[in-house]
Design a protein around this ligand. Structure first.
Ligand code: GDP
Length: 469
């Protein structure tokens, strides 16, 4: 089984340094303990405080989580508090958003419950022991989720705007809807202020719709500062640890990942991932993007140049085989690169094999197999040694975070020309928060949140991300 995975030290700690709880049925979720066979050893260990916080969370989830016979009654009587994540947006966005909501649950001692949508159960294993993370289907509020949006009269932001809620109120509604998606307004953004958190604490149920990785802004809130410092002494590994704790591919997806890995990637001396996600209007492929990929991979010496004049080179004594894993909705970038390295020798004598698992042509987030392939591809990219991603893409952020990789980011093009330089190395493996608030809660005025503390910085591609200060 594992003979093609020679680079792996099997004796490695399969619980990822205590990050994962022991005692799960291994067959029901093969990826949980097998992922270690496919990843190279990384230096990032979870802090003992994070490990103990996760075990405490698991106890809370066991006590307050669903599937108990009289769940609804138990909820009324217990002191349990909940935060519900609403299914929304593309898969990369969802993974980052859900990790953010889980961190918020850890910080506020709430139980995370997940709206399963049409694919969460087929994509991921249950991450917590004994009790499900899914919101029971029969809960009355679940019926409202699809209607929640920025305009909802019952959202926290709109209640504030219309003076319908204040800290001095004696009785409060039973739940609160928090709109934290990209189109949220200044009132919704008050979620990131300590005074508002004090009010939100009083609700048994919080329901959140978000497509963003909002962790960097939690770092700017004094009330969470100490706890975050203890949980993550290395501030650039938040998604890395939370992602590897929460998101274990289901057995179906794990099969898709491991078959591909063993067939195309395992035997190579080095694996190079290239994620091509172009936000231009048409489908492409575009010549300026082909040029950009070559300029970046060759310019940064991630891949060798080809010798277009000679038909063959003297084979070097020790030619390396490099496997390029390219992911893209379209076929053309792969075809171009594959042909370059097939038709010409490389100047180093290295052999470059280029592979692309799928080309789905369009984003079809409602289709289960489409999303399984998307998850498998993010995960496969995370197993590479060297990673190139596309600016603005959460798909790439998931890969870099899970893999503990600092990618080279292909800049977004202006007016369909190859950017110069074509790419830049990311300063951090943390995902980027695309829609941060630019507000100082104390001074009640605008502020550049990418400049307040050394460990939250402007991203190379867009907005702000956590950084190892
Ligand atoms: P983002 O839009 O790049 O931030 O990433 P999301 O994952 O949120 O949304 C993009 C969606 O498009 C993915 O979830 C997939 O459904 C699809 N998609 C984009 N790029 C690829 C790709 O390279 N491979 C596959 N299989 N799907 C992709």
């Amino acid at each position: 089984e594992v003979d093609v995975l020679q680079h792996v030290d099997i004796a490695e700690d399969k619980l990822l340094g205590g990050l994962l709880a022991d005692g799960f049925d291994e067959q029901s979720c093969l990826s949980r303990y097998q992922s270690i066979l496919y990843r190279k050893a990384l230096p990032y260990k979870p802090s003992p405080y994070l490990v103990s916080k996760l075990r405490k969370y698991e106890d809370l989830h066991k006590r307050c989580g669903p599937n108990t016979p009289s769940y609804n009654k138990a909820v009324e009587k217990s002191n349990c508090k909940y935060v519900v994540w609403v299914w929304y947006s593309g898969l990369g966005n969802r993974i980052l958003a859900l990790a953010s909501v889980f961190l918020y649950a850890l910080l506020t001692e709430r139980v995370l419950l997940v709206d399963r949508g049409n694919d969460m159960a087929s994509l991921f294993c249950e991450p917590f022991p004994e009790r499900s993370w899914f919101l029971p289907m029969n809960l009355p509020i679940a019926k409202k989720f699809s209607s929640f949006d920025q305009k909802s009269a019952e959202s926290y932001g709109n209640l504030l705007k219309n003076y319908m809620i204040k800290a001095s109120m004696g009785s409060l509604p039973s739940y609160m809807y928090l709109h934290l998606a990209h189109d949220y307004d200044d009132h919704d953004k008050l979620f990131f202020c300590d005074d508002d958190q004090a009010l939100l604490k009083r609700f048994t149920w919080l329901v959140v719709k978000t497509d963003n990785y909002f962790v960097p802004s939690l770092f700017l809130m004094p009330s969470f500062e100490d706890e975050l410092k203890k949980l993550f002494p290395n501030k650039e590994t938040i998604f890395h640890h939370l992602g590897r704790y929460l998101f274990h591919p289901s057995n179906h997806v794990w099969g898709i990942i491991t078959r591909y890995y063993k067939a195309y990637l395992a035997r190579a001396d080095e694996r190079v991932g290239i994620q091509v996600r172009i936000f231009d209007k048409g489908p492409g492929p575009y010549q300026y993007v082909k040029d950009q990929i070559s300029a970046c991979t060759i310019g940064e010496k991630l891949l060798p140049e080809v010798d277009t004049r000679r038909l063959a080179v003297n084979p070097s004594k020790n030619p390396k085989v490099k496997a390029v894993l390219m992911t893209s909705l379209v076929y053309g970038y792969y075809e171009n690169m594959k042909n370059i390295y097939w038709e010409h020798p490389t100047v180093t004598g290295d052999i470059i094999g280029v592979h692309q698992p799928s080309h789905e042509e369009q984003q079809r987030s409602e289709k289960p197999l489409h999303n399984m392939k998307a998850l498998a591809e993010m995960y496969l990219l995370s197993l590479t040694d060297v990673l190139v991603t596309s600016a603005w893409s959460t798909f790439g952020y998931v890969a870099q975070g899970l893999g503990g990789l600092k990618p080279w980011i292909l800049y977004k093009s202006e007016n369909q020309t190859t950017p110069n330089p074509p790419c830049q190395r990311a300063m951090s493996m943390e995902p980027c928060f695309h829609a941060p608030p630019f507000y100082d809660c104390k001074a009640k005025e605008g502020i550049d949140t990418g400049k307040v503390v050394p460990h939250v910085r402007h991203c190379e591609d867009i907005m702000i991300r956590g950084w190892l200060a």
